[in-house]
Design a protein around this ligand. Structure first.
Ligand code: AMP
Length: 317
């Protein structure tokens, strides 16, 4: 893989992520995979690695296969913050409806995440871009407390944390992040508002100045001080497994901000498209398999196809 850190001749800013790394068992209409590499931070790290070097903070058990660590390393993901402790790795399993419209979680086992106390390597506490991928908000907060000088902090979450006993911790966390990414169902659950712009408005009052609402194959909406921006999902005919699409979106998004070292409204719009581009690859195979045969050339090509997809002329009427 070409070095993301240097692409375009300039050095990317530092990008730190904390979140789940685990083993997923997934069934879609295309097939079933058991105990494959999954976890929000895994998808995020590899997705972002095409654009910027990533620092990963997470925990796995002694049963975590070496081949997965090797995959992360082959994408230059810095694993100095990945602890390996006695016990079982995080596990999740889910099944998708044949039309991919819904996903049912069959099982979630936090395992080694239950007692995890993240401790950032000293050099990482000054990371400029921080992504708190989906995991216990208490762990997200603890990482944030250690990375106080971050230039831009985004976080993701899910129904498991929004509706459960950790909700107060999540609300505390939201007061301190710049951006929240979540799907439409979660936005409604968090805000109590059925209408998405109303939900985004309510969530922005909870702390984050920007909210990205991910809507699966309907794309993503950004609500921020600059108004609203919509990015469609790239139309993919052969979806194999949508697991991790949201995390891959986050990786493409934050990877682009770190690549540019900028959070202006224009760069954030491009990041929305880059997130959609990278996520569109992720769904083309199970687990992180599509990323294994992805390169910057393909990303560039699909970004261009995306520009053509949404291009239209202004009219004088
Ligand atoms: P997404 O499809 O973007 O929602 O992300 C799916 C990934 O999130 C899977 O690879 C799971 O391992 C991971 N995941 C599922 N439930 C949880 C949870 N409660 N906490 C952290 N990660 C989770």
């Amino acid at each position: 893989m070409s070095s993301a850190a240097q692409s375009g001749g300039k050095k990317a800013s530092s990008l730190l992520v904390v979140g789940s790394v685990g083993l997923d068992t997934v069934e879609t209409r295309v097939g079933k995979r058991a105990e494959v590499l999954g976890g929000a931070a895994s998808y995020f790290s590899v997705a972002a690695s095409f654009l910027a070097p990533v620092r990963l903070t997470a925990v796995v058990g002694t049963d975590f296969p070496e081949e997965h660590t090797k995959l992360l390393e082959s994408h230059h993901v810095d694993l100095a913050g990945l602890e390996r402790v006695p016990g079982k790795t995080f596990r999740w399993s889910g099944v998708y409806a044949p039309d991919f419209s819904t996903r049912t979680t069959l099982d979630t086992q936090l395992n080694v995440f239950q007692d995890f106390q993240p401790k950032l390597p000293a050099a990482w506490t000054s990371s400029e871009y921080v992504f708190l991928a989906n995991i216990d908000p208490v762990l997200q907060l603890s990482v944030l407390e250690q990375a106080q000088t971050a230039k831009f902090v985004a976080c993701d979450t899910m129904n498991f944390w929004i509706g459960g006993p950790k909700r107060p911790d999540l609300l505390k966390l939201l007061q301190r992040v710049d951006m929240l990414l979540l799907n439409d169902e979660e936005a409604r659950q968090l805000s109590g508002e059925a209408n998405l712009p109303a939900a985004a408005r309510a969530i922005r009052k909870m702390g984050p100045s920007s909210v990205v609402i991910k809507r699966g194959d309907a794309g993503a909406l950004l609500f921020h001080e600059g108004g609203v921006f919509a990015a469609p999902a790239f139309p993919i005919e052969d979806v194999v497994d949508p697991t991790g699409a949201g995390d891959s979106f986050g990786g493409g998004f934050m990877g682009w901000l770190a690549h540019e070292g900028d959070t202006s409204p224009e760069t954030i719009r491009t990041a929305m498209i880059m997130g959609s581009v990278v996520a569109s690859f992720s769904v083309e195979d199970f687990s992180l398999d599509r990323f294994k045969r992805l390169d910057l050339g393909q990303i560039r090509e699909r970004f261009q196809a995306f520009a053509d997809l949404v291009h239209f002329e202004k009219i004088k009427l």
